[in-house]
Ligand binder design. Sequence first.
Ligand SMILES: [Zn+2]
Length: 432
Amino acid sequence: MATLFKDVYILDGSREKAALGHVLVSKGRIVSVLDASLEPPSADKIISGHKRMAVLPGFVNAHTHAAMTLVRGLGEESPLMEWLTKKVWPVEAKLTAEHIYWGTYSAILEMLATGTTCFADMYFEMDRVAEAALQSGIRAALCRGVMADANDKDKINRSLNDNLELAAKWHGREGLITVQIGPHAPYTVPFDDMKKIASAAKEHGLGVHLHYLETEFELNYIKNELKTSPENYLIDTGLMDAPHLVLAHAVYFEPELADKLKLANLTLVHNPCSNLKLGSGVMKLKEWLAKDAAVALGTDGASSNNRLDMWEEMRTAALLHKGVNKDPVCVSALDVLRMATYDGARAFGFAQKGLVREGWMADLVLVDLDKPHYIGANCDNLAAYIVYAGSSADVAGTMVNGKWLYRNGDFPTLDKVEILQRARAAREEITR
Ligand SMILES: [Zn+2]
């Protein structure tokens, strides 16, 4: 079935400005992107935008822990380590595979309703996360969080094997899922194990996704405990030689180091809201972008954000760095739009996703511009309207692979009532 978006604004992170035109989608792909002056092609289903709707690429949430929707609100406003060790980890220890499945599904509803078409997840019981993603139809980049346990010496090996099995079973499945290896962080994975993980990634052709330099504690740990530097850590462990390396947070990662690293292999994920809420600090985004580093955007888990809303991350990123740098020109609306879409898709091995371009996959967000806060929006300023005036409340539809997964408040292919009921029950069980 072909769907035509007629007389809509078309915007993505590769354009200087939006265009007015028509977008035809068929068999999961964008078949044509035409200027408004041209005759629109015929289609089974026509969505008339009347120049009051916009089509954007779907958002890629490049770092999250989806099932943490179940631990949202626990231990609010505590110091990071206290929050993790006393509030979150003890409750997470009670999570079963079934809980994680429903917690993830609930997160998927939240993400679809806010225009996210792909999420990068690090958690455990990832087979069930993969099932929820595949059944829902959303795209996902999955890794098993691998970390050492002082009371269980073999746990790290088992987790790595789980991660490799996850890849064998799910990587590339139906074009919807990719798998990375997910060492949790340098302070939870011993150096030699990190080396083993890096070499497994290279051997199996998998990317690596880890937390890196989220807090000052981690920077001091690398310097004082591991007696190395952040750049040498990545080089000496072999992480830089992985097919692709995704570093979440990178708050204490200095942009001068870009010259010593192979940037083509590297994506940083900026999580501005989580970093602010946990008091971790502010990544040097302006300087990394000036170095032409790829930077994607993520929400992090729902317990440290507390939203899974990429509009919020775009707006926060664009505002935060202007304020910190006292520079209204840095980190533009188009920069954050590209980070929230194309850069995330590329980081996790999703080709031809993240732009509204002929032949690319139809992962799209339909935005309703027929609202007071869009009066005055035009091709020249639409990116700024979306980022500064818009919000996820403007999402009229979210399409993955040409299929509507969210449309006008409903999830046409999903059972929202059951998902919420099961997620609510899971939350009650783990906090009882
Ligand atoms: Zn995280």
